[in-house]
Each structure stands twice: as C-alpha cells, then as structure tokens.
Design a protein around this ligand. Structure first.
Ligand SMILES: Nc1ncnc2c1ncn2[C@@H]1O[C@H](COP(=O)(O)OP(=O)(O)OP(=O)(O)O)[C@@H](O)[C@H]1O
Length: 308
C-alpha cells in the first residue's frame, strides 16, 4: 500500500543543457502522490527540457531526479515507462495506425516482445478508451482525427500505460477554449479518480489555477515561485486583466497573465478573434477564474489589459 504522502517526483539541484548551452541550472522541487502540479514559465525557460529529463530522453548534467524514490539515472526504459507516461505537445505517426492501435501501445512496457497482448491488456485499453470517450472512433485512423480528438487518444494511451505519474507538455496548446477545458477536466478526473499524479507544462495560468493544486514557475534556470494558485497569482509579475461586456453591465471577470507569457497573449488573441469587445476598469480580485471560460462561452467580450 503506497503512502499518500509519498514523493513521486523529486528534483534535487537538477541541471541540464544542450552542449555548451545551460538551460536548467539548479532546479529543486518535489511532487507528492496525488498532486496536480502546473509547471509554468516563459518561452525557452526549459519546461519541455525538464520533462525530457524525467522521461529519460535527456541526461542530467548535474543534480538528481528521483521517480517513485528511484534514481532516474539508474532506471531502465521499461521500468521508467511503467511509472511515467508522457503526453507530448503533439504526436504524429508516419504509419496509418488506428486509434485502437495507438491506445494499445500503452501496454508495450508490460508485454514481452515475443508475446501478443493478453485479454487483460485489451480490457485495460478498453477502459481507457471509454474513460476518454475515444472508443466510438476506435477504428478511425489516428492521423485523420482533429487536434482535440488526438489529444484524447494520447491520454487514453497514457492511461493504458497504468503509470503512477503522467507528464503533460502543453496538453491544450493546439486546442480552442472549449476543448482546452474538456481536456483539462479529463486530466483532473484522472488525477482525482484514478489517483494519478500529474505534472503538466501549461502556458495559461488561468487554466492552471482553475485545475491544479500547485503551480511551479521556472525562471532563469531555477524555480522562481512554488505554491498554491491563490498565492501565486497574487505575485507582482502576474498581470490581472479585466473582462466586461460592451455596456459594462456584466459582472467584471478577471484573468491573469504572466508578464511576457505566450499563453497570456494567446488568451487575448483567442478572445479578440472571437470578435469581443473590451472595457477597462477595476480588477475584481474576488471573482473566480473558473467563471471566465464559462462566461466567455456565452457572452460577447473584448479586453483591455490593466495593471494594478
Ligand atoms: N535539441 C536542442 N538543442 C539545442 N537547444 C535546444 C534543444 N531543445 C531546446 N533547446 C533550447 O533550450 C531552451 C529551453 O527549451 P525548452 O523547449 O525546454 O523551453 P520551454 O520552456 O519548453 O519553451 P516553450 O514555452 O517555448 O515551449 C531554449 O532556449 C531552446 O532553444
């Protein structure tokens, strides 16, 4: 029986780079069992690089990473894949695999190459497809699916892997607001109901604060901030933006943008592309981020950023 307080991922003075280029200098933080942690930072701060280190694609140049208490340097690929599943930013396949083929690949770490998958393997994949609602297009070609459908298939593959930890690298970056929420809800469900520990690279601090239990901000190769969303969004480098309707009659809602963050700009672009109207005013610090996405789905809005 695993201890609820168990450390699932531990970064201890982790350092890594590409050749001469140092990307992460000294990263230290831990992720406990059952946590849903967002990893946030500006472009090029090394979020994907950190994910690559955990998934074994990139060796550390200094420090240590422990996965479920085991030194990551000593893990064999199969052993690592039984503990950690990775959902990349985008996943393309050269061959015409069906959805079911892709999901079954999640069983590879458990199946000896001389054997075929067992009935139990098929049942595990079946359950993952039902959970992600991908079972209805199981026979369709993966490459012919929409971005949102593909993301659900890759999540189904990750669930089929039966990992202790799921690492997600910008899982919603190619999706519109509606599908972002859908995928984030699904990840939350995996975290809460399937008890999978989650570390997700996200660009949108609003999504992070709505769904995650903790936010870790990377800057200059180190951890710049680490704490619960409420604590993080009150920091000076987070800009609150107010959203109102044309007549300024709607309840003011607020979103947050990290200075220089591409995710923040993306939110603004998405909203203005929807033809919305902007109004500036007082930031309502009491309003709930979660309201924003639901509200925007039903109202016409435009934005003016306002610093406090
Ligand atoms: N294969 C590589 N070879 C050399 N440099 C690389 C390589 N991959 C990434 N980098 C560099 O390492 C730095 C960190 O990249 P990384 O992709 O980890 O950043 P990120 O925080 O995930 O960025 P983004 O938010 O844009 O996705 C960047 O400066 C990038 O140019």
């Amino acid at each position: 029986m695993k201890n609820e307080n168990q450390t699932m991922l531990s970064f201890s003075h982790a350092a890594v780079g590409y050749g001469e280029k140092v990307v992460l200098q000294d990263v230290s933080f831990q992720v406990k069992k059952g946590e849903y942690v967002a990893l946030i930072g500006s472009n090029g701060t090394g979020k994907s690089t950190l994910i690559k280190c955990v998934s074994g694609l990139l060796p550390l140049t200094g420090g240590e990473i422990e996965i479920c208490g085991k030194n990551s340097r000593k893990l064999k690929a199969r052993e690592r894949a039984q503990m950690v599943a990775v959902v990349p930013q985008s996943y393309y396949v050269d061959y015409d695999f069906t959805v079911e083929d892709i999901v079954m690949m999640g069983r590879n770490p458990y199946i000896d190459f001389r054997h075929r998958e067992s009935q139990e393997d098929r049942e595990i994949a079946e359950r993952a497809m039902k959970l992600t609602k991908t079972d209805m297009f199981r026979n369709r070609l993966y490459n012919q699916l929409s971005g949102g459908e593909r993301q659900r298939v890759i999540l189904a593959r990750a669930i089929t892997q039966q990992p202790d930890i799921i690492l997600l690298d910008e899982p919603t970056s190619a999706l519109d607001l509606h599908h972002q929420i859908e995928v984030m809800e699904l990840i939350r469900q995996l975290n809460e109901k399937e008890h999978i520990t989650v570390l997700a690279v996200l660009h949108d601090i609003n999504l992070a604060s709505r769904f995650c239990s903790r936010i870790v901000i990377l800057k200059d190769g180190k951890v710049k901030a680490d704490g619960p969303p409420r604590e993080i969004i009150n920091r000076r480098e987070i800009i609150p933006i107010r959203v109102m309707d044309e007549k300024q009659t709607a309840k003011p809602l607020r979103i947050h943008v990290i200075c220089g963050e591409k995710g923040g700009v993306r939110i603004l672009e998405q909203l203005t592309n929807m033809g919305h109207f902007v109004s500036a005013g007082v930031v309502n610090r009491e309003s709930d981020d979660a309201e924003i996405c639901e509200y925007l789905g039903s109202q016409g809005l435009r934005l003016i950023p306002s610093r406090q």
